[in-house]
Design a protein around this ligand. Sequence first.
Ligand code: SIN
Ligand code: MN
Length: 280
Amino acid sequence: MKLTETQINDYRENGFLIVDGIFTEAEVQGIRDGIHKIDDKPMPNIIREENGAIRSVFAPQTIREEFNWLYKQERLVTPTQQLLNDPSIYLYQYKLNNKKAFDGGIWEWHQDYPFWHIDDGVKDANMLSVMVLLQDTDHAQGPLMFIPKSHKTGIADFQYKAHLTGENVDLENSLNGDLKFTIKNELIKKMVDQDGIQPGIGKIGTAIFFHPNVYHGSNANISPYDRNTAIMTYNVTSNLPEDRKEKNRPDYICLRDTTPIQPDNRSIHEIIERTPVNVS
Ligand code: SIN
Ligand code: MN
């Protein structure tokens, strides 16, 4: 699937692009069923809310074949190659972000690139993320929100957090609700005064492409409906993170297999049939 010139220009102008109908309901159902089949045992790559609900599953492609299938879909790969202007892309990070009905937590305003630049040593912001909506998603479910055009500011000034400065910051602070790199409130106000806030909402199977420097965040989900998503981040193979040896973040946060992606042309139904598990 190729993006049109207009879509490419929209992305470059606003820092995000919403494309509906990328995946069918049946395909998304296959992915959602996969989430229910994830083991309940504690794992370092599964991050929970304080109430025990799963908030994020990092590197889900290493857990189940459905998730491996998803990030290799030509419908995501070709638009990403167009937007990054590079045919050679690999998977940099992959997570399932869940917000359970009534209980889903917030994400503070932030940019993604500071984490990848400062913590992983990636030199250039020529990367992007795609969020796939795993159910119809509206304002009430705590959708991702974007400040249009904010990606043009480069890395923004951080909101100072005394408890997150110095040596004591552990990597959990890029995984839970208390993020290490957030954006100064005054800057958020200025940018929202100028360009407003746009929600990443849409029907099941919608894909939202977003720039690593676009300001984004999301509210809690106290609605009676889940807000589950898959978020895949792609990077170009000429822009690898540094190898900081023992200081590298875990592989499930900064993936080290940099093999260029070859699209997977199988249907998800073939994969699910090959991985029989009881659906609850
Ligand atoms: C969210 O799941 O609402 C936030 C995701 C992100 O910041 O990447
Ligand atoms: Mn983010």
